[in-house]
Design a protein around this ligand. Structure first.
Ligand SMILES: Nc1nc2c(ncn2[C@@H]2O[C@H](COP(=O)(O)OP(=O)(O)OP(=O)(O)O)[C@@H](O)[C@H]2O)c(=O)[nH]1
Ligand SMILES: [Mg+2]
Length: 285
């Protein structure tokens, strides 16, 4: 049986790809084989993609053989869009879903400042030390209009990790946001050590923030080098400023959408989602 040939176009008419796929392939196989789209901003971005054939939306599981049995070539249109993410203050609706996200990283990289930017859209010039050692804030997002509660945890000082009365900091977190300081001459201090601490945890998504980009003239590490370090360790990389807010919402939104999508997909390689929490009908930690 010959392969099927597909030409995929943007709605603008620009050609996206030409593919040859075996007759037992599905619509999902076409989507998987499409090239990644440039994001423009340089930041990672989630894109939802769907295909149209002669004006009809195709289901992902649809078999190509059944759909195109009379043809050996077809033209399809690609629909794609990014989820719209906003931080909402104050809470305006009851979130349907919730998850816990851990902020961690070297001292003074800006973890507490990222937390404050997310929770209150504020910034402190001085060091900001949480009174209790461990701090967490509730941050409400909307993703395409759906409210999501993010429990954002600030990493305690190192010695707090080892206090016996506290549960391990990284346990039951859906995602990890590692903050590094691009103006530091040792920006990756203890990053690999932290990664060893989370080896056994159910972390779905890892994001690294190269923070303090408002201090560009004091930059010690190039974006390309930081990006390479991050992706070698399985992190998505953003450059942020907790001071002026650059990319903070985008990075948090990406983290949350990615973790929720992975939890929903229920990939067999991923840890099972934990039980439902009180405030959430469909919750992952
Ligand atoms: N210019 C600039 N300064 C920042 C930024 N983020 C944090 N800072 C400053 O960096 C210092 C440390 O910030 P924190 O948020 O306390 O850093 P941290 O990672 O929580 O530090 P520890 O909890 O002590 O490990 C403070 O003086 C902040 O004002 C940023 O994006 N730009
Ligand atoms: Mg702090």
């Amino acid at each position: 049986m010959p392969d099927y040939k597909f030409r995929i176009y943007h709605l603008s008419g620009a050609l996206v790809a030409e593919l040859s796929l075996p007759s037992n392939a599905t619509v999902a196989d076409i989507l998987t084989n499409l090239p990644a789209m440039p994001t423009g901003s340089g930041n990672p971005q989630h894109v939802t993609r769907q295909l149209l054939h002669q004006g009809r939306l195709l289901e992902e599981g649809e078999a190509l053989k059944k759909r195109f049995c009379l043809e050996n070539a077809a033209e399809l249109q690609l629909l794609q869009r990014s989820p719209e993410v906003q931080i909402i203050r104050p809470e305006t609706s009851i979130p349907a879903r919730g998850l816990s996200v851990a902020l961690c990283g070297p001292p003074t990289a800006g973890k507490s400042s990222i937390l404050l930017r997310c929770a209150e859209d504020g910034f402190n010039e001085g060091y900001w030390v949480p009174a209790t050692g461990i701090d967490f804030r509730k941050v409400y997002l909307t993703i395409d209009g759906e409210a999501v509660l993010v429990r954002l945890w600030d990493e305690p000082k190192r010695q707090e990790h080892y206090r016996t009365f506290q549960p391990p900091f990284f346990a039951r977190k859906a995602a990890l946001i590692m903050v590094i300081d691009i103006t530091s001459d040792n920006p990756f201090w203890q990053v690999d050590h932290s990664l060893r601490l989370i080896e056994k945890e159910s972390i779905l998504t890892k994001v690294m923030l190269g923070n303090k980009v408002d201090l560009e003239s004091r930059r010690q590490i190039s974006q390309a080098d930081a990006q390479r370090f991050a992706s070698e360790r399985g992190f998505h990389y953003f450059e942020t400023s907790a001071k002026d807010g650059t990319n903070v919402t985008q990075a948090l939104g990406f983290t949350v959408v990615d973790a929720l999508q992975k939890a929903e997909r229920g990939d067999p390689d991923l840890p099972r989602p934990p039980p439902r929490s009180r405030e959430s009908a469909c919750s992952v930690q």
